[in-house]
Write a protein that binds this ligand. Structure first.
Ligand SMILES: Nc1nc2c([nH]c(=O)n2[C@@H]2O[C@H](COP(=O)(O)OP(=O)(O)OP(=O)(O)O)[C@@H](O)[C@H]2O)c(=O)[nH]1
Ligand SMILES: [Mg+2]
Length: 339
């Protein structure tokens, strides 16, 4: 069996959240691909010492503080690398491409738009996941699922149960009653620090939403030049949608249906293995959607979900506060594939 090549890499993040990436030069494997600075750990060298040495050689900086973040193995066709990833929190000197390589400071959404070494995609997804509301539990609020007087009470209860993220799904122009409820929802959400994403801002221009949430079909209508206002996320069902969402600068994607649901009885569930494979190969944090119960949260997270999205599990619950709390607690007490 070929041996594993140990590598130390550093994530440098500026106070505004931008992350340093560098372009692999001609003459190295994978020229023209972006990566995080670092390199091979020498025999007898610790990962931390290798990090300090590599960032000195490649960027001309002196690392003053760094903490281990993740250790990940990735099998390329010729060799397997073990990446020891560090978060570099303090350094001296101005980073520059000391070996002539191009470097850029980029928002995590822009990292996801570049061709990165394939091993790095889950790392970028991890950086984007840090920007999601906590717990990363999103309630899809579909007014067609409840009598109109019950929507706001259900959402307010869910917020009291710890919900911090709502996607409002409007399929048609809301009537007066619903409009009033949505505007009130906006106020309550703002008071509680809850992020509201909207699928069609034009249907409700008065609502101050945090961001935009697109369906797969709506994303397909956007050209490759993008221009979608940020932050935004997309409901995807396949790899093509995830790739396009990343190329256009999305901050997250829903991927569904993970399990069979009563809402979409004809849609074939992805299952855990397909979900896990897509999570491995996408630069976006994926929220598992479709048939997620609190009992299934741990399995979704083990498969690489960066969060879960729920509709009936909270909206149609007799006690939305208790249900929201149960999902949040299930998330907090579970862990992902990297521990
Ligand atoms: N530096 C770095 N290497 C990565 C990343 N992701 C990733 O798969 N690798 C792999 O880790 C291996 C070692 O990285 P490297 O090429 O930077 O090694 P190095 O600085 O010691 O350069 P050298 O080839 O001149 O000795 C490469 O095969 C590369 O494909 C990453 O984000 N940063
Ligand atoms: Mg290197």
């Amino acid at each position: 069996m070929p041996s594993i090549i140990p590598v130390a890499t550093g994530i440098l993040q500026a106070p505004q959240g931008r992350v340093l990436a560098d372009l692999r030069p001609e003459g190295k494997p994978w020229p023209g691909y972006w990566e995080f600075p670092g390199g091979k750990i020498e025999a007898g060298e610790s990962p931390a010492a290798a990090l300090v040495r590599e960032l000195r050689e490649e960027l001309g900086i002196e690392v003053r503080a760094a903490s281990p973040w993740r250790v990940m193995d990735f099998a390329y066709s010729q060799r397997t690398v073990r990446l020891h990833l560090f978060r570099v929190t303090n350094w001296e000197g101005e980073a520059h491409g000391r070996e002539g390589q191009e470097i850029r400071w980029l928002d995590p959404e822009d990292l996801a738009r570049l061709p990165f070494l394939p091993a790095n995609r889950p790392i970028i997804a991890g950086l984007l996941a840090e920007k999601l509301p906590q717990p990363p539990l999103c309630l899809i609020a579909d007014p067609q699922r409840l009598p109109s007087g019950q929507l706001l009470p259900a959402l307010t209860a869910a917020m009291a149960g710890g919900l911090r993220w709502i996607v409002l799904r409007l399929k048609e122009q809301p009537d007066r009653t619903l409009r009033t409820q949505f505007l009130r929802l906006g106020e309550v959400a703002a008071e509680r620090g809850v992020q509201v994403f909207l699928n069609s801002p034009e249907a409700l221009p008065e609502l101050r939403s945090h961001g935009l949430h697109l369906t797969q079909r709506a994303l397909e209508e956007w050209g490759e030049e993008g221009g979608i206002p940020r932050p935004f996320g997309v409901s995807c069902h396949d790899a093509d949608c995830l790739d396009k969402a990343a190329r256009l600068g999305a901050g997250y994607a829903f991927l569904s249906p993970l399990f069979a649901t009563a809402t979409h009885p004809d849609a074939r569930p992805l299952g855990m293995d397909a979900f896990a494979a897509l999570a491995q190969s996408s630069s976006l944090p994926l929220l598992a959607l479709g048939g997620i119960t609190p009992e299934r949260v741990a399995a979704a997270r083990r498969a690489g979900a960066a969060g879960v999205a729920v509709l009936s599990g909270i909206l149609e619950s007799r006690d939305p506060a208790a249900s929201a709390h149960a999902y949040g607690a299930a998330w907090m007490t579970s862990s992902g594939p990297l521990g």
